[in-house]
Design a protein around this ligand. Structure first.
Ligand code: BG6
Length: 298
């Protein structure tokens, strides 16, 4: 299997299909200036990004499962077609637990390294969700930025209802020295307060307890100030109105089998997508949401 994928998709010094943890197929992208990213076909799951001259940006739990039909705890799980338990499907939908196909790899004339992964409806998805669709994730690696473009195509004669998100886990040096900026004045649903709705007052949101909120209709530029690492993570998005901020803190960390009890201070999820609503895609229509990450010194 690897030989076929390698023969079709490897690009010398830029894209390699290799065996990842537990032998799962993984695509490694390498930019000419030294940036690197990794994405598993299982879930189209980005597990690593190191910008040129920088250090790892994403958190992956040491207890993460790398196995067919399991979601990887960390990196960027792709959430589709349901966010959380907001519907009849398994938590966060089936995209993150499905095997995706590698659709294309390329290097642009400007040195951008691009990989597209694809999930289409199958007997397994139709058994849970009766809609014909294509879901593409394009991963674009530049020297100092990583872009993920998520695209849904409705192949049905009927409307397709869906939620989609990039459930990004950032590696932070110390959650108590980390803030999220760019959400002041935005309404949010607080899952820890019976889904009551509030307005964010803080210019810089600090996290000193469990947090699980959906911020609605947010600005398209946000920042995670990770002062322990001396860096700011910039998030720029299009077509993805909502943002989830999540850290499990102590008790929930202890309840999660694939997450170390002591790992919560080293991570923060800032997720982008349409989790606050159920969008409807007309027959043959296309939805696209993109998120770009870049880093600056704090
Ligand atoms: C977040 C949800 O998006 O994902 C949280 O808001 C949830 O409620 C978290 O706990 C992790 O979910 P899971 O299914 O990966 O454990």
């Amino acid at each position: 299997m690897f030989e076929d994928l390698q023969a079709q998709f490897d690009i010398r010094d830029r894209v390699a299909v290799v065996a990842g943890t537990n032998g799962l197929p993984k695509v490694v992208l390498t930019h000419g200036e030294g940036a690197r990213a990794e994405v598993y076909l299982q879930g189209a799951h980005v597990t690593s990004w190191v910008p040129a001259g920088g250090t790892e940006v994403f958190f992956v739990s040491r207890a993460a499962h790398f196995a067919p039909e399991k979601a990887i705890r960390g990196g960027i799980p792709v959430i589709f077609p349901q966010f959380g338990s907001d519907g009849p499907l398994p938590q966060h939908g089936f995209a993150r637990t499905s095997p995706w196909e590698l659709a294309s790899t390329a290097e642009s004339e400007h040195g951008l390294v691009c990989v597209t992964l694809r999930l289409a409806d199958s007997p397994a998805t139709r058994a849970q969700w009766p809609h014909p669709f294509t879901l593409d994730l394009e991963v674009r690696l530049d020297a100092q930025a990583l872009t993920l473009a998520l695209r849904v195509i409705n192949h049905d004669d009927d409307d397709l209802p869906f939620q989609a998100a990039l459930h990004t886990y950032f590696a932070v040096a110390d959650i108590t020295q980390t803030t999220v900026r760019g959400l002041q004045g935005v309404s949010y649903i607080d899952a820890l307060q019976g889904n009551a709705q509030f307005i964010e007052c803080a210019e810089a949101i600090s996290i000193d307890r469990e947090v699980d909120r959906i911020y609605l209709s947010t600005p398209d530029r946000l920042e995670v100030a990770d002062s322990g690492h001396g860096r700011t993570i910039h998030i720029e998005k299009t077509g993805m109105p909502d943002v989830v901020v999540w850290n499990p803190w102590i008790a929930k960390a202890q309840r999660m089998a694939d997450f170390g009890d002591d790992e919560y201070p080293g991570m923060l999820c800032v997720e982008t997508g349409n989790m606050g609503r159920h969008d409807t895609l007309a027959p043959l229509a296309v939805w696209e949401g993109t998120t770009t990450f870049s880093i600056s010194e704090a």
